[in-house]
Design a protein around this ligand. Structure first.
Ligand code: NAD
Length: 488
């Protein structure tokens, strides 16, 4: 039995294949850094190459027939045990994420570990309820529709919520009888790699649930693999497009894409002002703005614009006071993940100075690590890059508007369509706007939130397909129609 004894001083660095830790055959390794001071955390984390991928796929193919046929309650018990083990080791897993993500322990680190565990519990509950369909036999043929697992499936996840996004994919894949290979981000591999002992202890047979650390080259091998039947991807739009293309050029494997966002929050004169400020300020700063559905375009109706500006600025200045060492309990905002992300966000902020008026923030905090103030620009033209592009940091644009028609046009004038929010006490207007927003998710008097029970995902370039709820199970199955000749 492999003991779970991983921590910051005992990091998991090997691939988890067929219920064993194996050194990669690839001589290239991953380098990872601590974003609080930029120091090197490790330069010897395995990077799965072609040979490793092939071994894992072969193990998954071998495990699939028995896993698919396992009695539903036996599979459910394994899923539930795994969830309780993730909870039991939640503090250690969150630390393993924090060491390279920098997410503060209290506000985000534990949230996303808990999300992974909850996803296993929620999906375990579906195992004996994800029924098929049957259709009338009066035409002489009874039609039975079964939900069939696909086979070897893969989850490729980003760095911003490493274990949470892994749980959203692994749980529905496994509960529907698929084998699953997890490919964590090269920037946050440790919590995923540490799952090995928990996978074994929960009772997953060898080859059913495997973890391959690696970078985009590993992801590309998986996306183009001829014996992988599905890739569920969360990450950036350019990578999503590459994966879609690789899937099409290889074996037309199924693809789910959860991509970027530039979510508008539309705040009307008649809203509860305090509520609107609280949601929009939290939505910008959670995980230091490194959240796909963060409310980064805030539109406020003229009548309350000045009051909103004052309250939003104060709320963000208060947030800025909680920036600090991710290990400290008082810290709510950690650093950006790494130098590349810091340079990217800082670049947008610097160029933004010519695209609008800086209301608050705009500066680096300290000279070590990658800390940045929550930043807001006002009076920004609708074609400026800070309003059209995803920045993926705590940077928002705040503009005023006059009418409902005008604001719908502005809110929808984007290639993204992940989430939108409307703040008003007029229920008719709220529902009208909610149905006219071109986005996969809408909050009324709230924004930037999700539930495991309801579909999660975006329209337009924000993605294809949905996670969570029954949508996730459907995304990991194909239907099979069985036709029975009743006249024979
Ligand atoms: P990214 O696209 O750079 O990388 C995501 C993953 O894809 C990583 O594991 C990476 O190794 C892998 N990858 C890179 N190139 C690949 C290739 N050619 N083929 C296959 N895999 C490849 O994204 P990121 O920087 O890690 O994450 C930030 C992005 O993720 C943002 O755009 C954010 O909006 C998005 N995101 C979306 C959601 C959502 O649910 N919609 C949630 C979180 C993050």
């Amino acid at each position: 039995m492999v003991e779970f004894n991983f921590s910051k001083s005992n990091l998991p660095k090997q691939l988890f294949i067929n219920n064993e830790y194996l050194g990669s055959k690839n001589s290239r390794k991953l380098e990872v850094f601590d974003p609080k001071d930029g120091s090197l955390v490790a330069n010897d984390v395995d990077l799965a190459g072609e040979h490793d991928v092939d071994i894992a796929v072969a193990a998954a193919e071998k495990a699939f027939p028995a896993w698919k046929k396992m009695a539903p309650n036996a599979r459910r018990d394994i899923m539930l045990k795994f969830a309780s083990l993730v909870e039991k080791h939640g503090v250690a897993l969150a630390e393993l994420t924090r060491v390279t993500l920098g997410a503060p322990y209290g506000s985000f680190g534990m949230f996303e570990t808990g999300l992974a565990a909850e996803s296993f519990k929620y999906n375990a509950g579906w195992i004996d309820k994800f029924a098929g369909e049957s259709y009338p036999q009066e035409d002489g043929f009874l039609k039975i529709v079964r939900n069939e697992p696909l086979g070897v499936t893969v989850g490729i996840v980003p760095w911003n919520a490493p274990l949470g996004t892994a749980g959203l994919k692994a749980a529905p894949a496994l509960c529907t009888g698929n084998c699953f290979i997890l490919k964590p981000s090269e920037k946050t591999p440790f919590a995923s790699l540490a799952l090995g002992p928990l996978i074994i202890e929960a009772g997953f047979p060898p080859g059913v649930f495997q973890v391959l650390s690696g970078d985009g080259s590993t992801g590309a091998l998986l996306a183009s693999h001829m014996r992988i039947r599905k890739v569920s991807f969360t990450g950036s739009i350019p990578t999503g497009k590459r994966i879609q293309e690789a899937a099409a050029k290889s074996n037309l494997k199924r693809v789910t894409l959860e991509l970027g966002g530039k979510s508008p929050a539309v705040v009307f004169d008649d809203c509860n002002l305090e509520n609107a400020i609280t949601w929009t300020a939290n939505a910008l700063t959670a995980n230091t703005g490194q959240v796909c559905f963060a409310a980064t375009r805030v539109y406020v109706q003229e009548g309350i614009y000045d009051k909103f500006v004052e309250g939003y600025k104060t709320a963000l200045l208060n947030k800025a006071k909680t920036i600090g060492d991710p290990e400290a309990e008082s810290t709510q905002l950690g650093p950006l993940i790494d130098k590349a992300q810091f340079d990217r966000v800082s670049g947008f902020v610097e160029r933004g100075r010519d695209q609008g008026t800086l209301l608050t923030g705009g500066s680096r905090i300290g000279d070590k690590g990658f800390f940045i103030e929550p930043t807001v620009f006002t009076n920004v033209n609708s074609d400026a890059e800070i309003i059209t592009q995803e920045i993926f940091g705590p940077v928002a644009v705040l503009n005023s508007f006059k009418t409902e028609e005008e604001i719908l046009e502005k809110a929808n004038n984007t290639n993204f369509g992940l989430m939108a929010g409307v703040f008003t006490q007029d229920i008719n207007r709220a529902l009208r706007i909610a149905s006219d927003f071109d986005s996969g998710m809408v909050g009324i008097n709230c924004i930037s939130l999700m539930f495991l029970t309801a579909p999660f995902g975006g329209t337009k370039e924000s993605g294809i397909g949905r996670e969570c709820g029954i949508a996730a199970l459907k995304a990991f199955t194909d239907t099979k129609t069985i036709m029975i000749n009743m006249t024979y």
